[in-house]
Design a protein around this ligand. Structure first.
Ligand code: ADP
Ligand code: NA
Length: 330
């Protein structure tokens, strides 16, 4: 197509995505799918690197795919697929494992964090190899652009190193990708605990707005967001994290800059801001929720769409894998 290729994905680690995933990923993806040859993946193979339940995983995987589509990822424009539907991911990851130093992999801070949470001895080899699987995800498609959160920066660096290493050892094969790191202005914080990022695994359920929440639940959560004891609506992430977070959300959902919002709310109270944020989020999420539920109501049709998209992904991935296998002597 001549457009730069882009790869991004999310784990199916909850049955709904949240407002942070929407602002930080889906909103950007929706723009990028018109300017890029984009592949958007539901990375279920990554999800099994920690304890999981099969029925839950199967359900969350479909629900995540349905939410991509409902939020505006067009499966006729982008390639929207499930990672485990493309066997080349595991096959390339194996080759990359053989090129990755044990020490190099041991330096990955995500692994250290996740392993520490589980107790080092119960962390799996799969969790240790998460970054090389992620490298395979990217390199199979020759992706030039990889939108990620800041926490994935080190994994994209490793991907670049592995691509370069393979190319110099076996001949030019991989495109060396660039990470595009999510802007701070696209980061949403927990409504009850606005110093920490909103997260699928958050401690405070009332601090997370799920895309598939009932509209009145969403409104209630936003109206109960933690603010501060001042009265001024002003963006100041350090001193006023709660108000700043509401301004970020309002700005992302309306397209109005934070500076313009500050002006618009001069002399008005937090109640007004919360009411407006609740209104725009509910207005935006209501049709998305309805569309997602409709897609989930017709599993055969969703499967058909995902299978067609997996075919395209497989075609690209298999061709890269064939070249790799040939280069390494298989
Ligand atoms: P995964 O483990 O699937 O990467 P995350 O939920 O951490 O799970 O991230 C999925 C995507 O959503 C990533 O692109 C990430 O940067 C984005 N994201 C996650 N949480 C937030 C947040 N609170 N604010 C903005 N973007 C977020
Ligand atoms: Na498609």
């Amino acid at each position: 197509t001549g457009k730069p290729r882009l790869f991004s994905g999310m784990q199916p680690s909850a049955d709904s995505l949240h407002i942070g995933n929407y602002v930080g990923a889906l909103l950007q993806w929706r723009e990028q799918q018109t300017t890029h040859d984009a592949l958007f993946c539901v990375v279920d193979m990554h999800a099994i690197t920690v304890a999981q339940d099969p029925a839950t995983l199967r359900e969350s995987t479909r629900r995540t795919a349905a939410q991509y589509i409902a939020a505006g990822i067009d499966p006729t424009l982008s390639t929207l697929f499930i990672q485990s539907h493309v066997p080349a991911h595991a096959q390339l990851a194996w080759v990359l494992n053989t090129l990755t130093g044990f020490g190099e992999a041991s330096r990955m801070t995500q692994f250290k964090d996740k392993a520490a949470k589980q107790g080092a001895d119960s962390a799996s080899l799969g969790l240790f190899a998460y970054p090389t699987l992620m490298a395979a995800d990217i390199l199979l498609y020759g992706a030039e652009v990889v939108p990620v959160g800041d926490d994935q920066r080190q994994h994209v660096e490793l991907t670049r190193d592995l691509a370069t290493r393979f190319n110099s050892r076996f001949g030019p094969t991989f495109v060396v990708p660039e990470a595009t790191i999510q802007k701070e202005s696209a980061r949403v914080y927990d409504l009850q605990n606005p110093e920490s990022k909103m997260s699928k695994s958050a401690a405070t359920e009332s601090g997370v707005v799920w895309m598939l929440d009932e509209p009145n639940r969403t409104a209630k959560k936003i109206k109960s967001a933690v603010t501060d004891t001042e009265r001024e609506i002003r963006f100041d992430r350090g001193a006023k994290p709660g108000v700043s977070n509401l301004l970020t959300i309002q700005s992302a959902f309306t397209g109005t800059s934070v500076a313009a919002l500050e002006e618009q709310y001069a002399g008005r109270g937090y109640g007004d801001l919360k009411k407006d944020v609740a209104e725009v989020v509910v207005e935006t999420f209501t049709p998305i929720r309805a569309r997602a539920l409709e897609l989930l109501d017709d599993p055969a049709e969703l499967d058909r769409v995902l299978a067609g998209n997996a075919d395209r992904a497989n075609e690209i991935a298999q061709s890269t894998l064939d070249t790799v296998h040939d280069r390494i002597g298989f």
